[in-house]
Design a protein around this ligand. Structure first.
Ligand code: C2E
Ligand code: MG
Ligand code: MG
Length: 283
């Protein structure tokens, strides 16, 4: 992060700038692959927003997401992200690519907003994307901020066919009751669980990951391990039967053009993937 960004005057300037960015070409989405750890196939993509400001350069997502949230711009920002991600996905579908679910991050205020589900429904209608190809990632915060509205929104989204993933699981309360009361399909294991895992002395960390995985399996949830950065983490996750991984080892967030080297209509694998990630994928 640029030191200047911490300045409060700069932050208020930044909200004006974000307003402009929403109407210009400064914002874009990149897509990070999610990989089946056993077959090594690409099974999904997470859309992540990027902002390149003409003067300040690249601004960290955590900074501009915070600005959008505090300046009341989150509704419009999420609409923009959703629309772009759905439009991109339908464009892949039209060109004969294997159907992949694209995940979009939604913020707590989106889930507290009663009009949010209608926005999602409208965007799906406008873009004609199959709702099963859209996933929304929410954090525990989104549930805690307004439990009643969040529950209703999640139920409606689930009935529409949109899947729901609980992001960064374990970084907050890690409450198991969410899975009892809300129609969550996937659990995204926070990357903090993995960061010390190659260290064989970290038995407790390993046991926690194994226990969460077993819990998810019993609940019929799919687990996605976030932050897979090295081969020993990948191997450990594969050994304990974690179905899906996401992380720099398996693929960094990429532009649509960069992704074209690994996500193609005919095949998901070609030799260029091997240049992008340390561990080559097999078909
Ligand atoms: P997230 O949803 O948990 O997204 C994963 C973040 O981890 C991304 O950071 C990604 O680049 C990073 N990451 C992926 N693999 C690895 C890895 O192996 N190691 C490490 N150290 N990091 C990895 P990014 O793109 O900077 O986004 C940060 C957060 O900003 C996201 O966390 C999400 O909460 C938020 N965000 C990004 N785009 C959007 C958006 O369009 N809407 C909303 N509401 N939030 C967004
Ligand atoms: Mg996410
Ligand atoms: Mg996450």
């Amino acid at each position: 992060m640029e030191p200047a960004i911490e300045n409060s005057h700069f932050c208020s300037t930044l909200s004006d700038e974000l307003e402009k960015a929403l109407q210009s070409e400064q914002l874009r989405l990149v897509y990070q692959p999610q990989q089946n750890l056993a077959s090594r196939q690409l099974v999904g993509l997470e859309a992540l927003a990027r902002w390149t400001h003409p003067v300040y350069g690249n601004i960290e997502p955590t900074v501009f997401i915070d600005v959008a949230e505090k300046s009341g711009m989150m509704k419009r920002f999420t609409r923009w992200v959703l629309y772009q991600a759905c439009l991109q996905n339908i464009s892949w579908q039209k060109r004969g690519y294997k159907p992949l679910r694209v995940a979009v991050n939604v913020s707590p205020s989106n889930f507290a907003d009663t009009g949010f589900v209608d926005d999602v429904a409208n965007i799906l209608k406008q873009t004609r994307l199959d709702p099963h190809l859209l996933e929304l990632e929410l954090t525990e915060c989104a549930i805690f901020q307004n439990r009643a509205t969040a529950a209703e929104s999640m139920q409606r989204l689930s009935e529409m066919g949109v899947s729901l993933a609980l992001d960064d699981f374990g970084s907050g309360y890690a409450s198991m009751s969410h899975f009892k009361y809300f129609p969550i399909n996937r659990l995204k294991l926070d990357r903090t669980f993995l960061c010390d895992l190659p260290d064989s002395r970290c038995m407790k960390g390993k046991r926690i990951v194994e226990a969460i995985l077993m819990f998810a399996r019993h609940m019929g949830l799919e687990t996605v391990a976030e932050g897979v950065e090295n081969e020993s983490q990948r191997k450990f996750l594969q050994e304990i039967g974690c179905p899906v991984g996401q992380g720099f080892l398996l693929g960094t967030p990429m532009s649509v053009d960069e992704l074209a080297t690994i996500y193609r209509p005919a095949t998901f694998f070609n030799s260029s993937w091997a240049r992008k990630v340390p561990s080559p994928l097999s078909a």
